[in-house]
Design a protein around this ligand. Structure first.
Ligand SMILES: [Ca+2]
Ligand SMILES: [Ca+2]
Ligand SMILES: [Ca+2]
Length: 162
C-alpha cells in the first residue's frame, strides 16, 4: 500500500511578488530548522519533506496570525491567479498541506503552483496579493538506481510532467 519509505518530496518556494505594507516571511510549518523565504528573496528555498511529514507540513507566513491563502495553477503564466487560472484552495494555511499539494499535482498533471497570501484574513481587503510565491514539487523515487525493482502502479513519486 504505502510507497517506499525512502521516498521524499522536494518542495521549492520562489518569491514572485508582494503588495503589502507588512514584511511578510514564508516558511514551511512543521519543518525543523526550516529556512525562511523573505520578500524579494533572490533565491528560492527548498524543503525535503518525507511522505509522513507531508500530511502535516504546510506553508504559512511566520509572522502573521490572521492570514489566508489561495493555491492555484497559473495557466496563463503571468505570476498571479487571475483570468481562467485554476484555483485549488482558498482558506486557512493549515487546511492545505504538502500532501494536498501532492494530490493536486497528480490530479492536475502539473508540479508547479502559485500560492497567494492575504495577510489580513479578517477585516482585510481580500486581494490575496500580499505575498505571492511559486511552489514547485520534485520527487525522489526511492528506487532510483538502486535495489527497488518493484513496479509501483500509481507510485506517484515522480513529478516530471512535461
Ligand atoms: Ca495587497
Ligand atoms: Ca495567471
Ligand atoms: Ca491584502
Amino acid at each position: 500500500m504505502s510507497a517506499s519509505s525512502s521516498s521524499a518530496l522536494a518542495v521549492t518556494f520562489t518569491f514572485q511578488s508582494e503588495e503589502s505594507e507588512f514584511a511578510n516571511v514564508l516558511h514551511l510549518h512543521g519543518a525543523p530548522n526550516a529556512p525562511e523565504l523573505q520578500e524579494h528573496a533572490e533565491h528560492p528555498v527548498t524543503y525535503v519533506v518525507g511522505f509522513k511529514d507531508a500530511e502535516t507540513f504546510y506553508a504559512e507566513l511566520v509572522n502573521n496570525t490572521n492570514q489566508a491563502v489561495k493555491y492555484g495553477i497559473d495557466l496563463n503564466q503571468n505570476g498571479l491567479l487571475d483570468g481562467s487560472d485554476v484555483v485549488l484552495f482558498t482558506g486557512s494555511p493549515d487546511q492545505f498541506t504538502i500532501k494536498d499539494l501532492q494530490h493536486a499535482a497528480l490530479q492536475n498533471h502539473t508540479a508547479n503552483f502559485l500560492l497567494q497570501f492575504e495577510d489580513i484574513a479578517l477585516g482585510g481587503d481580500a486581494d490575496f496579493n500580499d505575498f505571492v510565491a511559486r511552489v514547485d514539487l520534485a520527487g525522489f523515487p526511492g528506487g532510483r538506481g538502486g535495489h527497488d525493482g518493484h513496479h509501483h502502479p500509481g507510485g506517484h513519486n515522480d513529478y516530471a510532467f512535461s
